[in-house]
Write a protein that binds this ligand. Structure first.
Ligand SMILES: CC(C)(COP(=O)(O)OP(=O)(O)OC[C@H]1O[C@@H](n2cnc3c(N)ncnc32)[C@H](O)[C@@H]1OP(=O)(O)O)[C@@H](O)C(=O)NCCC(=O)NCCS
Length: 167
């Protein structure tokens, strides 16, 4: 199904918090970080852009992304999450495609994603790999002993099909 995409406003802050927590993947400190980033964006910080996927007025997922400081055309996809009950409907793909189009339209070249090597992130890594992100670097034990940082990169200048829509 296709959701409408628009920025996440203050009215959806509580829904975003519940959505992030409800994925079951993030620690409470990470939930707090997600909200801090939203608050900064709502206060006008353009380094963090929140794109929401909406089914009517219901926030079903969102992506947070922004230009990586001190780079030329590199962007970080800081966060992406889809309501647990709505996963595997193509909403995450729709969000990633929209982020790619926005970054590309703004002259961006690279999108960088940091994630975890933990087994519970297997579907997440499969998601990035299936959407054309390449596993580029690993820092062993970065998050915790046995929990590596895995960095994915997508080069938007290499003829990717940015017009692709959600599956
Ligand atoms: C990763 C995530 C954003 C993908 O969004 P989504 O709307 O479920 O993704 P889509 O429906 O567009 O694509 C589904 C694909 O994602 C992968 N996937 C990720 N999580 C999945 C899940 N819980 N169930 C099924 N597939 C999942 C599969 O590879 C699937 O591939 P397929 O289309 O070939 O079957 C979403 O599952 C999510 O919020 N996960 C928890 C939070 C998270 O991991 N965020 C990223 C942190 S770095």
């Amino acid at each position: 199904m296709s959701c409408s995409l628009r920025p996440v406003g203050r009215a959806h802050r509580a829904r975003l918090e519940a959505l992030v927590r409800g994925t079951g993947l993030f620690r409470e400190a990470e939930v707090a970080t997600a909200l801090e980033l939203l608050d900064e964006a709502l206060d006008g910080d353009d380094d963090y852009r929140f794109l929401g996927a909406f089914d009517g007025d219901d926030l079903t997922g969102y992506a947070c992304f922004g230009p990586t400081p001190d780079t030329l055309g590199t962007y970080d996809l800081y966060w992406i999450a889809v309501d647990r009950a709505r996963q595997s409907e193509g909403i995450g793909t729709q969000l990633v495609r929209a982020v790619e189009r926005t970054v590309s339209a703004g002259g961006g070249r690279l999108i960088v994603v940091e994630t975890s090597s933990r087994d519970d992130y297997n579907p997440t890594r499969a998601f990035y790999e299936a959407r054309g992100f390449g596993r580029t670097a690993t820092i062993p034990g970065y998050y915790a002993p046995g929990d590596d940082l895995v960095i994915y990169v997508k080069d938007l200048t290499h003829g990717n099909d940015l017009a692709g829509t959600a599956s």
